[in-house]
Structures are given as structure tokens and as C-alpha cells.
Design a protein around this ligand. Structure first.
Ligand code: TXA
Ligand code: MG
Length: 340
């Protein structure tokens, strides 16, 4: 398959992407978090092609993206007051709300669960292409399963060229890590995946939110997890990663004293000078998790073009969007974490 590269500024390209989606094809689309691999969420056969292109296990459900709040009413069984309040506060934006699903959601999307995740993205190109398609769009992150997520159209092409109909190039994603996934389908709100909206922001609207333990701990294959995606090895470059958490200066010193000759480093800007002779990717200052979120997936991907045999990565603390950055790094490390 020849994968078209489309540009939102080229007249007709958004409509073309919308028409491909409406016709049951898979298209890479920009969002404010990461690129998504979109297909018509109401068409099980179209959605199946997403799983094939990604090599994604069939038991991992997809998020359904909408362009206007009113679309949610057709997709879920009911919209509770808590969902309305979250939507008022954080939609459009990097937040996915899990609710009991409506009958129109194909099993391919919900992976056999009785729930569905809904997200109203803020990226204007994402919303324009959903409107052009005329249907809600199911979309996981647009990476090969297990690899770091994609935050530029070039990343999507790296993983998907020849496997999908088109990629719509909306530039680099602003947030850089995926949406926060919160479930309102149980007794108590539960954070299933940290992301662009922080736990603190959720609790400001909802009150106490339970935090799924899969966010900070490895989960065995035999354990049933709330977000099936959390159990898979994820975001991983080819070289093994060690995540170094705790005081940033001590972490940098730890890395400098443990580096093998062929090891690479992901570090906060102020420590870049401490690893002479090694391939170093900076992700922003230690006190700037927003910058770190923007840079983290590009940094993880970049090592796959090098011959590094190990990667040491500095990990932020859990406040704000730091919880999401730390979660992605710990997962990339297969929870091989050093606390300094
Ligand atoms: O920012 C994002 O959320 C991006 C962009 C494209 O919108 N999408 C994304 O999708 O990250 P994906 O499929 O890579 O991650 C979705 C996560 C997975 O961990 C999945 O298991 C979980 O959300 N999930 C989806 N639907 C669910 C459901 N009904 N119940 C529990 N977890 C669900
Ligand atoms: Mg993903």
C-alpha cells in the first residue's frame, strides 16, 4: 500500500483524509497529545485494520474520538454528572473518560469490555478531520505496538509507511504524552493512565480519585488490569532502559558513575555536560515536566538510530504531568528503576 502524506494546509487534504476514513481506511492523524491511528469507530472491519497495522493485541480497547460534545450521547449508555463536569473543565483536551458503552460500539473497539473511552481532542486538525469523516474515530497511538508513541508525522511514517492509507501531517504534537484515562464506570473515579491532565486537575473537579496500581508497578500476565494497555511492555527503544528517579543532581551523578562505554543518556538540560563521549538527549529542565512530556517520546525513539547498548534516563517526580512522564519512562524501562 502506498501511504499518502497529506497536509492540512493543502486545499482538499483534510476532506481527502475524511473521505478515506469514511470509506473504511486507516489514517494517521495529529492530536495535541500524540499522533493517532484513526478509523471509523462504528465500523468493526475498519477498526480491525488498526490492530493489524500496529500489531496490537486484540484484547486492548481503543479510544473513540469526537469533534463535538453532543456526539457522546450516541456512544455511551448515559452521561453522568461527573462526566459533564470533567468535560466542562478539560474538553477539548488531553482527557479520555471511560463510561459504560452504547450498543453501537463494535466489539473490536471495546475489546469485549462493556465500557468505552471517549475523548474530544483540542487539536483543530483532529477535530476538522473527524468532522470531515462524519463519524466518530477510534484511534490508538500511531506507533507499532511496544514502540514509543509518535509525536511527529515523520515518526508515524517510520512505523506505518506502506501499512495505512495516509498520514495527515499536523506538525509536532504540543503535549507529547497521551491523554489521561479516567474511568467513571465504577463506584469511584479511577485514574487508569496518567497523561496531559494531571491527577491534581482531576481531583479538583471530582474529589478523591483512586490511582490504578498498574501506573507505578509492573503487572504480571495473570493479573486482570483495568486498562488492558497497561500490562504490555510499552514505549521501549531497542536498547534496555534504566530509569533513575529521585534527586536530579544525585541521579546525574549515579548515571555518570555507571555508564558503560556504549551507553546513551536521557537527561535534564542542566546535566547534559556530565556525560562527555556519550550520546545524550536532553528533555528539558528538571523543574519543567511540561517540556519533558513534549520531548520524551522523540528522545526514546532517537536511540533506535544509534548503536547504544543501554540507556540511562533521568525520571521526574510524580507531581503534575511529571506522573505521566515518569510512567512512560518506567514502562520503557520495564520497571527497571533506580531510586537515588
Ligand atoms: O492521547 C491519547 O489518548 C492517544 C491519542 C491518539 O488520542 N491515544 C492513545 O490510545 O493513547 P492507546 O490505544 O495507545 O491507549 C489507550 C489506553 C490503553 O491503555 C487502553 O487499554 C486504555 O486506554 N483503554 C481504552 N479503552 C478502555 C476501556 N474501555 N477501559 C479501560 N481502558 C481502556
Ligand atoms: Mg499507545
Amino acid at each position: 500500500m502506498n501511504t499518502l502524506l497529506l497536509h492540512p494546509d493543502t486545499p482538499g487534504d483534510i476532506e481527502r483524509a475524511g473521505a478515506l476514513l469514511a470509506a473504511g481506511q486507516v489514517v494517521g492523524i495529529p492530536t495535541e497529545t500524540v499522533y493517532g491511528l484513526g478509523a471509523n469507530a462504528l465500523d468493526g472491519a475498519a477498526v480491525k485494520q488498526i490492530f493489524a497495522a500496529k500489531g496490537r493485541p486484540a484484547d486492548n480497547p481503543l479510544i473513540v474520538h469526537i469533534a463535538d460534545f453532543s456526539q457522546i450521547f450516541d456512544l455511551v449508555a448515559a452521561v453522568p454528572d461527573a462526566a459533564r463536569r470533567l468535560a466542562d473543565a478539560y474538553w477539548p483536551g488531553p482527557l479520555t473518560i471511560i463510561l459504560p458503552k452504547a450498543a453501537c460500539i463494535p466489539d473490536e473497539v471495546s475489546a469485549g469490555l462493556e465500557t468505552v473511552g471517549i475523548r474530544l481532542p483540542s487539536h483543530p486538525v483532529a477535530r476538522a478531520v473527524i468532522r470531515a469523516a462524519g463519524v466518530p474515530i477510534a484511534a490508538p497511538s500511531a506507533n507499532t505496538s511496544g514502540r514509543p508513541s509518535t509525536t511527529t508525522a515523520a515518526h508515524v511514517m517510520e512505523d506505518m509507511n506502506g501499512k495505512i492509507a495516509a498520514v495527515l501531517d499536523g506538525g509536532a504534537c504540543q503535549v507529547g504524552v497521551e491523554s489521561t484515562v479516567v474511568s467513571l464506570a465504577g463506584e469511584q473515579p479511577r485514574l487508569l493512565r496518567p497523561g496531559g491532565i494531571s491527577l491534581e486537575q482531576l481531583e479538583a473537579v471530582l474529589g478523591p480519585v483512586a490511582v490504578d496500581r498498574a501506573i507505578s508497578q509492573p503487572i504480571g500476565d495473570d493479573v486482570r488490569v483495568s486498562a488492558p494497555g497497561m500490562k504490555y511492555r510499552h514505549y521501549a527503544p531497542h536498547a534496555p532502559v534504566t530509569a533513575v528517579c529521585g534527586d536530579p543532581a544525585k541521579g546525574a551523578a549515579y548515571i555518570a558513575s555507571h555508564l558503560t562505554a556504549q551507553a546513551g543518556v536521557i537527561c535534564f538540560d542542566e546535566f547534559a555536560g556530565q556525560f562527555d563521549g556519550h550520546i545524550v538527549r536532553t528533555i528539558g529542565r528538571a523543574d519543567d515536566p511540561v517540556a519533558q512530556a513534549h520531548a520524551i517520546f522523540d528522545a526514546l525513539r532517537a536511540f533506535d538510530d544509534t548503536d547504544v547498548t543501554a540507556i540511562f534516563a533521568q525520571c521526574p517526580d510524580d507531581s503534575g504531568i511529571g506522573l505521566a512522564v515518569a510512567n512512560r519512562l518506567k514502562k520503557a524501562a520495564g520497571f527497571h528503576v533506580i531510586e537515588v
